[in-house]
Design a protein around this ligand. Sequence first.
Ligand code: KIV
Length: 322
Amino acid sequence: MPLQYLLASKKMRTGSIRPRRRGTGGKYERPLDDLRQKITTASLRERKLQHNPITCLTAYDYATARVVDEAGIDMVLVGDSLAQAMLGYENTLTVTMDEMLHHVKAVRRGVKSALLVADMPYGSYQIDPQSAVNNAARFVKEGGAEVVKIEGGEKRADLIRRIIDAEIPVAGHIGLTPQSVNVMGGYKVQGKNLAGIEQLMRDAVALDRAGVACMYLEGIPREVAAMITAEVSVPTIGIGAGPDCDGQVLVFHDILNLTFGPPAKFVRRYGDAAALITHAVQAFRADVRSHNYPSDEESYHLSKETKAGLDIVLERKRAMSR
Ligand code: KIV
């Protein structure tokens, strides 16, 4: 073993060797067994027929995707809401295809049983149909998505047919569609008057006829969501659309108080991750500052033989410097 490093004076040393900490591999209970059936677009339809509510949550990274999938959620949506929730953008309009793909790939690695839906970001399908099909194919080919989601109703029907022709299942999304925030003049509940209800019904039927796998209904009155759900053959997944939809979706960060603002009316908080994380981070900080972390038990140790050898070398060094 070269001893130059040990025998060298402190000044001569160029750096230090630190063992790299690996992921903690923290233990947690897997809530469901591995025998869970894979959710498919076909099983979603079954669930509608059986009046068996469908669950969907957003996930934007590997760890969250694993937890959500293993907790038994049916559909995982990599929503473009990651623009705000993960990237701190003001709205969903700025997030790009490449940013979305980066997250879809991470989520893919964490999801086993749930159906993986990827949101097509603003600008990736509105401009021309061929690039829309290409972008949808990227989500499937590069990201491993099983369904792509597109905002808009009647006016998207032809495009949706083209994407389905390319063997890519599509989820529709109507009502309060965040990518139209500038056209709507804000995030406003849709379908509140007769003309609005008429348009929503036309949109829903157009998506159904175009062959969507399911449709998300966002920010519409309960009564209208119930009418749509009864009218269309595919499952409706509601967010701010009342309890009569075939399923419900919420944003993961919303249900865990990780969104740093007042929640929308329909958000139910199931936990306070912000408080939990703050508590853990403050405890770590306090332990380090008070020399309580790491303890001897949390440190690696030399074997007795190596320690004895090291003591001899250090003693020789001390003798040399006397
Ligand atoms: O981006 C998203 O999270 C969504 C859901 C709210 C449906 O589109």
